[in-house]
Design a protein around this ligand. Structure first.
Ligand code: NAD
Ligand code: ZN
Length: 359
């Protein structure tokens, strides 16, 4: 699998940790900081340490695992550790973890001393196919996701498929939602390939194709002025359901991808109503998603609360809720204003679907 060129930086797939060791050896950085969470510190750091054996000037910063760490308090914690360790502007931050580590680490690095360099070593499927590519960094405030952040590109991304071996099945499903989205928005051939694959354990080639798709989109539109909005398919409703679940389900909260899977069903329904997606393709999408993910219970009592979260979405303009929809599988269409009633109808549609399993 060839190295993919992104916006001024490479994304490595083959011998990627060896490539990281070369990158470090050939660089002029004064210091290196590896950011992990408690799980990647345990499962992924040993392999990284093996590859970087004998190298000096490394310090470790560890955060708690989970979305709760993607906030300003943990960010201040990271900044303070950098200060305590004596980080200068020639330091490099190595983000070893999932999307929480790459978003928080990227944000902390992009603002520390007006910006130090960072690289991502993504360790979840979701961060490999999505969060590590495209230069969005950020933190949450009061469960409003990614409300503070920067567009800052990493210096390189190193994708090591082997890290997925220790990833729990639910986290694989979480990343898979973004891969399904990539097929749905811009590549019907890839969607067909996914449908025919063992999706409980997506093969390395599928990870690679997804990164190629995401990368193509962000290269064309780095600051989300147009085509990058295609990546928001499933995310208007998805983010609202995710926020609700984070606030109400405690340790059993939905993962990002599980919420996006729900969002993709609702927004496929809206695509059928408003953007020309055929009834057959709507059914096909619903069958694939409902066959993979457990059903989440959404009672009508919470529709209004979900709607208030949708109103806070960054993608809205003039207070109107703006969705990316599908005209057919493999073809997206941006800037569809959806009314409160339409969004409620899509949630009702979700509640009526028969699923194989329930949470
Ligand atoms: P995450 O970083 O919380 O990782 C999920 C869980 O897996 C955590 O408990 C983590 O400790 C654990 N883990 C990570 N790697 C592991 C491994 N190899 N083995 C065992 N356990 C491992 O979550 P995520 O799903 O990777 O990312 C979600 C975050 O990414 C959200 O905050 C979302 O907003 C963000 N995101 C950002 C972008 C972007 O463009 N910047 C895109 C999509 C998502
Ligand atoms: Zn997403």
């Amino acid at each position: 699998m060839d190295t993919i060129k992104s916006i001024g930086y490479p994304i490595y797939f083959s011998d990627s940790l060896g490539q990281l060791a070369n990158f470090i050896k050939q660089s002029k950085y004064s210091r290196f900081f590896i950011l992990t969470d408690e799980n990647t510190g345990k499962h992924c750091l040993p392999l990284l340490n093996e590859k970087l054996a004998g190298m000096e000037n490394f310090d470790l910063i560890e955060i708690n695992a989970g979305e709760e760490s993607k906030d300003i308090d943990f960010c201040i914690g990271v900044w303070k550790m950098l200060i305590d360790f004596g980080a200068d502007r020639q330091s490099l931050m190595i983000n070893l973890g999932g999307g929480v580590v790459s978003d928080l680490g990227g944000f902390a690095a992009s603002t520390f001393k007006r910006g130090i360099d960072f690289v991502h070593v993504p360790t979840t499927l979701l961060s490999q196919v999505d969060a590590s590519v495209g230069g969005k960094t950020g933190i949450d405030i009061d469960s409003i996701k990614n409300i503070i952040g920067t567009f800052t590109q990493p210096k390189a991304v190193f994708i090591e498929y082997d890290f997925l071996k220790t990833l729990p099945a639910r986290q694989i499903l979480s990343g898979l939602a973004e891969m399904l989205k990539h097929g749905l928005i811009c590549d019907s051939g890839y969607w067909s390939l996914l449908k025919a694959s063992d999706l409980k354990k997506p093969a390395p080639e599928l990870v690679y194709y997804s990164v190629e798709i995401k990368n193509k989109v962000v290269i064309e539109d780095p600051k989300e002025m147009g085509i990058r909005k295609s990546l928001n398919f499933g995310h208007t409703v998805g983010h609202a359901v995710e926020t609700y679940s984070l606030l109400n389900d405690g340790g059993k909260a939905l993962s990002h991808g599980e919420a996006v899977a729900i969002g993709m069903i609702c927004e496929s329904f809206l695509s059928h109503k408003k953007a020309g997606l055929s009834a057959d393709e709507l059914e096909e999408i619903v069958n694939v998603i409902s066959g993979l993910y457990p059903k989440y219970s959404i009672s009508e009592d919470i529709f209004a609360e979900l709607y208030t979260y949708m109103q806070k979405d960054k993608k809205n303009q003039n207070g109107k809720i703006n969705c990316t929809l599908l005209t057919q599988i493999g073809q997206y269409s941006i800037d569809h204003v959806c009314t409160e009633d339409e969004l409620y109808e899509s949630l009702k549609y979700y509640t009526k679907i028969q699923y194989a399993t329930f949470r």
